[in-house]
Design a protein around this ligand. Sequence first.
Ligand SMILES: Cc1cc2nc3c(=O)[nH]c(=O)nc-3n(C[C@H](O)[C@H](O)[C@H](O)COP(=O)(O)OP(=O)(O)OC[C@H]3O[C@@H](n4cnc5c(N)ncnc54)[C@H](O)[C@@H]3O)c2cc1C
Ligand SMILES: NC(=O)c1ccc[n+]([C@@H]2O[C@H](COP(=O)([O-])OP(=O)(O)OC[C@H]3O[C@@H](n4cnc5c(N)ncnc54)[C@H](OP(=O)(O)O)[C@@H]3O)[C@@H](O)[C@H]2O)c1
Length: 386
Amino acid sequence: MNPPDDKPAYGPKNPFPALFLERRPLGSASAEKQTIHIALGLSGAFPVECGGTIGVVAENDPAAVAAFLKATRLDGNTPVIPPRSAVEMPLAEVLQGRLSFEIAPTPALLSAAALSASSPTERKALEEKAALPAPQFAEYAASRHLREIFSENPSVELDAALLAKLLPPLAPRLYSLANSPLARPDTAEIAVACVEYPLAGRVVRGVVSGYLCERCTPGKSLVNVFPAKGILRLPPPETDLIMVGPGTGVAPFRAFLQHREKTGAKGRNWLFYGHRHESEDFYYREELRAWEQSGLLTHLSLAWSRDGAEKRYVQNLLWENRDEVWRWFEGGATFCVCGSRLMAREVEGTLARIAVEKGACEGTPESASAWLKARRAEKRLLVDAY
Ligand SMILES: Cc1cc2nc3c(=O)[nH]c(=O)nc-3n(C[C@H](O)[C@H](O)[C@H](O)COP(=O)(O)OP(=O)(O)OC[C@H]3O[C@@H](n4cnc5c(N)ncnc54)[C@H](O)[C@@H]3O)c2cc1C
Ligand SMILES: NC(=O)c1ccc[n+]([C@@H]2O[C@H](COP(=O)([O-])OP(=O)(O)OC[C@H]3O[C@@H](n4cnc5c(N)ncnc54)[C@H](OP(=O)(O)O)[C@@H]3O)[C@@H](O)[C@H]2O)c1
């Protein structure tokens, strides 16, 4: 996916400043979880392909930096050396652009905090926490971030340079491309779930999703992006396609369907989509319904997890439709999954269960996982999970 010789190879260290073209909510305004459709102008910098992803390099929210500095009792002007650099910069700048600080405490961070605590009680408590066995440590770390360690332990005075060394670098985030270049050339469209969750009495927002969903201005902001290969690939045009993509996992399948529509691909298409509520979280509803009407989608199977008394997930629909799913699969269909890791694991498990029922695989966990591995190796099963 490298651009021609006369263009730079865009990557995490050399991203392209794409123009933030547009942003629109994909669900209803009242949805508990907001997801935003975003379009970024690539101005010929690099090509995009169906099934690919785009990397976004973003900065921390300046308000979050200020709150973190306040909690740490550190001066943002203190010069520190950022990661992979030899040149000093003010701590506030390094925190904003280079480091990840909205993170759960690690034993190393707790040990460093303990050493810097002037209160013997706090020091002892922090040392004890740092030495907890992994399961108890995980439980302790799940309910607080590093910022809380400072507010819970007012005598901790961590050195700015040490903090800058201990914090992990701010990594780019990947997003699945939601458009085919045939439907909208020179543009990267993505569906971004706005990460937001309560923690220790405050609301934490995702660094990059927060940047894209809240802090960018359409027509003005430049977003640093680079192309990244994805796991999903469109099979040959005549191959049937089973796509399982609840939530933001639907994004690459929108791209696939756009592509198949534009190219008149003859293979049949079956999409399993789902989310919490039909009235609030039916992303790309009009497009999907139109493709169902036109016949591009042979089937559109929908699972709403919070509309009924019991959870209903895409894997339940797969199982209910297992006879037809298996006919498609045995007939050569490619089976694609995209979305959360937990969901993908359960969908793969369901596919293996179907294979067992149909006699293609023995019922032991070992043979199920060998069967899935073999299907992945022959690219009949493509899974992009995050
Ligand atoms: C190949 C690939 C494709 C992807 N495609 C997409 C896509 O199309 N759309 C999309 O939205 N995302 C996608 N992602 C995920 C995306 O890259 C980011 O991870 C996501 O946007 C969160 O990044 P952030 O910087 O906003 O959040 P961060 O600041 O990284 O925060 C996220 C972290 O917060 C914590 N967290 C989140 N929710 C909770 C909670 N309820 N309780 C406690 N802790 C919590 C978790 O530790 C989580 O890892 C993809 C990832 C990969 C690897
Ligand atoms: N705590 C976390 O860190 C956390 C939690 C969720 C999502 N995420 C991340 O948030 C991002 C975007 O999520 P999203 O908007 O695409 O939606 P999502 O949170 O993945 O939810 C989409 C649908 O999948 C359902 N679901 C939940 N668990 C499932 C399972 N085990 N099997 C099948 N379906 C399941 C959800 O139902 P219900 O919610 O009703 O169960 C919902 O209906 C992803 O990066 C995901 O990994 C993080």
